[in-house]
Each structure stands twice: as C-alpha cells, then as structure tokens.
Design a binder for this molecule. Structure first.
Ligand SMILES: *Cc1c(COP(=O)(O)O)cnc(C)c1O
Length: 457
C-alpha cells in the first residue's frame, strides 16, 4: 500500500542497551521492548497528526478540562454493555438521555426511550431501523408487501445514511439540493413518498453548509400528504450537530418533539455536546416509536435492562463525561459556550463574506458552521482548492469540496467553529486568509491542476 516498507528505526538517543533498534512495520515484533521505548516510538509518530486546534474541518470535540480528563482516566476501563458490573454508569446513561429528551421537548420524558451510542452514525442506524420495523409491522398487519421499503432524504445527507440504506436494504430517495431549494424543505415531497416510505430524514445542521432543514415545513408537507392520501409518515431528525445548538441558541425554533411527526432524534455527544470522540445519543418520542423486537435485554443487578446497540463492548467513560458537562455547565453554561462559538462564527462569516472574492452560501449561521464559494470572475486564476492548500502552509485546515449531486459543479469551502477557536485565533485566521488571497491574486498563471486530495465529511 505504501512505498515505505522499511522497518521503524529507533532514535539512538532512546535505544537501550540490548534492545532492538528497529521494529518491523507490519508484523508484531518477535521480542518486546521497554515500555518507555514503545511509548516514545508511538508518541513521536502520533505527533505527525494535525494540530486539532487549527483543524476547521472537523465537528468533533478535541478539548476538555482537567476535571473531565481526571474522570476520563478513572473510567477508562468501564464497559458500557456491562450494566451489571457498572450499574452506576448505566444509571447515569439513563439520566443523560432523559435530560436530552427533556431538552428536546419530549411530551413526557418519563415515557420517552433512548440510549447512548458510539456516535451519530450508530444512532442514525437505529433511527432508520425503528422506522423500517414499524413500517414492516404495519404492512404485515394489513397483509401488504414489505419488499420495497424506501426512505426520503436530502442529497446532502451525511454518509451514514447511505450506509444505512446499503446495510439495511432500504431504497434511498434523494431529494436533490438546488440553488432554489438549498435544503430539504418539503417542496414536491408528494412526488417522493408512497406507501413504501418508512420515513423522512430531516437534518438539523447539514454537514456541507451548516444549514438547518426546516423540520416544521417538512412536517406540514407530510400533514398535507396525510390529509390527501392517508399515509402517516414520520420524521427522524438527524441533529448530529444542531441537537446541542438549537435548544440553547434558537429555543423558539420548532424542530424537535414539539412537532408530533418527529418520532426520533439523534445527536453527537462528541460534536457540540463537547465530549471527547466516541459518543452519540438517540431518543424516541415514546416507547411505541421503538418497536420492542429491536430491543435486547442484558442482565442488570439481578434483573434485566433493555439495550440497543450494534456493538457489544464499548467504552463507558464518555457517558460520564457528558453527565459531567451537564452538571458543570448547566443550561446557562451551554448557552454561554455555544453563544461565544457562534459569535466567532458570525465574525468570521462577516469578514469572509465582505471580501470581494467570496460569496457566503447562507446569509445567517444556524450552527457555528458556514460555507462560501467564489464570486464569479472570469480573470481569476485560482480555485478554492488552491486557497485551501495555501492555508495549510499557515497550519489551517479549511477544506474545499464540491456540493452534492445537482450542484456538483459548485465548489465550496467551509469552516466549522468549535469551542476553543477564540476570537483572537479567528483574527489570525482572517489575517492569513487575506495574505493567501493576496498571493493567489498576484499569480500570472494558474497552478497545476488535479493535485488536490479529496475531502470526506
Ligand atoms: C457528523 C454527522 C453524522 C455522523 O456522526 P458521527 O458522530 O461522526 O458518527 C451524521 N449526520 C450528520 C448530519 C453529521 O453532521
């Protein structure tokens, strides 16, 4: 795969007498090494990973405070599946998803049901599976075919939905994003849904652009469809990022369980939930929205406890970290943290939108994420990919990528502002961005093409 098959060499400064000075790259070494030797080797190699602080491509949290780090260290060994061994962690997990059900205005958090997951991808699989199973039960009860389930979603969905459709044999019906309909907004929905539609996915914070899909408009469109056809189609909201932004910054926006059509919602605890990687959540409005036959039982304090998981063993520490943040920040703390992240996003969007070279994709930030494209200029000799490369020379990771189908000839560049991107740091980014654009504007010939690496959301 690579052209570097040579053994890993140990810096002589760290080599200990009698120990190996090199390690095979792709084979477990015959002899072991001292712990400090192995540590140093891995420490040095991991240093080649990027600087997370300057990575404006990722949504995932990369910093927690010392108390969180201490809790994390104390909980490294906890296995989420082992409810019997770790009943306190299991109890805290339940408290967390109840808090989240309440945050999302579940009509009765006591009758809601939820779970933690390894991330939003796993949570989305469950959201989709519950919709599919519910549809199957209904169809079978009516003596109708369950052979051709479909799900309706925007062409700008995150890749986990393509996986869901692929792994669980559901036909995806993509509604293309266009210049007019930049998100799934309910237009022409009746052309996509039919009696085989298991549900509609609405995204709160589209990965490509950060925009919210108007869940209420989608629900209204489905109400009209039900009036006309009798089809009762539910919504799963993929709120991977927006689920921890909207309740704090746009509390009046109706996107959650306030809309009766919303059956389930997921969020990534490790995005704007502010926890280290490895945590997602999903909540269903009521236990009826999660068909009982998807639930497994594991032993718990002499009894049993319902669980839902694709995996068996999984780290439990992140659940404790989420609980830590709920207690430590409270609603007010989350409002302040998300608010200041949003202020930085607005500042950056303002500065970038004001540059004559750029046009913002959306005028307002929904989550602290925004994208822009190049303003038309036939004399320009550079692309957003060139700008992205140039910014890398200053240490910034700001990806450029094509929009999804139907808009694939449009390239955008995106910034995800996370906690830790201070106003100060943002002013440096603007300074560097201006310098890069100034440099590119001075070129009298285009750069060679086709050397840019692809970006995956
Ligand atoms: C990030 C993201 C996902 C996947 O979430 P993970 O927690 O990384 O598994 C799914 N949907 C949307 C909209 C996302 O932004």
């Amino acid at each position: 795969m690579t052209d570097t098959p040579r053994d890993l060499e140990l810096n002589p400064l760290f080599a200990r007498a009698g120990e190996a000075t090199s390690f095979p790259r792709n084979r477990i070494p015959e002899e072991g090494s001292l712990p400090e030797t192995a540590y140093q080797l891995i420490h040095d190699e991991a240093m080649l990973d990027g600087n997370a602080r300057m990575n404006l491509a990722t949504f995932v949290g990369t910093w927690m405070d010392d108390h969180a780090d201490r809790l994390y260290r104390e909980a490294f060994d906890k296995n989420m599946i082992d409810k019997d061994e770790y009943p306190a962690t299991a109890e805290i997990e339940t408290r967390c998803w109840r808090m989240i059900a309440d945050l999302w205005n579940a009509p009765d958090p006591a009758s809601a049901i939820g779970t933690s997951t390894i991330g939003s991808s796993e949570a989305c699989m469950f959201g989709g599976l519950a919709l599919k199973r519910r549809w199957q039960h209904r169809r079978r009860a009516a003596g109708e075919s369950t052979e051709h389930p479909n799900i309706v979603l925007s062409s700008a969905v995150q890749v986990c939905w393509e996986k869901f459709c692929n792994y669980f044999d559901v036909e995806p019906r993509y509604v293309p994003v266009t210049e007019e309909h930049r998100v799934l907004d309910g237009h022409d929905l009746d052309r996509y849904v039919d009696e085989n539609t298991i549900g509609v996915v609405a995204i709160l914070g589209v990965t490509y652009t950060g925009m919210y899909e108007p869940v209420k408009d989608i629900a209204d469109a489905l109400d009209r469809i039900e009036d006309a056809t009798g089809l009762d189609i539910r919504i799963h909201v993929d709120a991977a990022s927006g689920g921890m932004i909207a309740p704090f910054l746009q509390p009046d926006l109706e996107w959650d369980f306030r809309l009766p059509r919303v059956a389930s919602i997921n969020v990534s605890g490790h995005k704007y939930g502010l926890v280290y990687p490895g945590l997602g959540w999903i909540v269903w409005r009521t236990a009826e929205d999660l068909p009982e036959d998807l639930v497994f039982r594991v032993s718990y304090l002499g009894g049993d406890m319902p669980t839902l998981a694709l995996n068996f063993s999984r780290p439990g520490a992140q659940v404790l970290l989420q609980y830590y943040l709920f207690l430590q920040l409270g609603m007010d703390g989350y409002r302040r943290v998300q608010g200041s992240t949003m202020d930085v996003a607005r500042y950056l969007a303002g500065e970038i939108g004001a540059m004559p070279e750029f046009e913002l994709w959306n005028a307002e930030c929904d989550i602290p994420v925004f994208a822009w494209r190049l303003a038309p200029d036939p004399t320009r000799r550079w692309t957003l990919h060139d700008l992205s490369d140039r910014l890398r020379m200053h240490g910034w990771l700001v990806p450029a990528y094509p929009m999804p189908d139907n808009l694939a000839d449009i390239t955008v560049q995106r910034i995800v502002v996370r906690n830790g991107m201070s106003h100060d740091l943002a002013t440096y980014l603007v300074r560097d961005l201006r310098a890069c654009v100034g440099y590119l504007n001075k070129m009298d010939a285009p750069l060679p093409d086709g050397l840019h690496s692809g970006f995956h959301h």
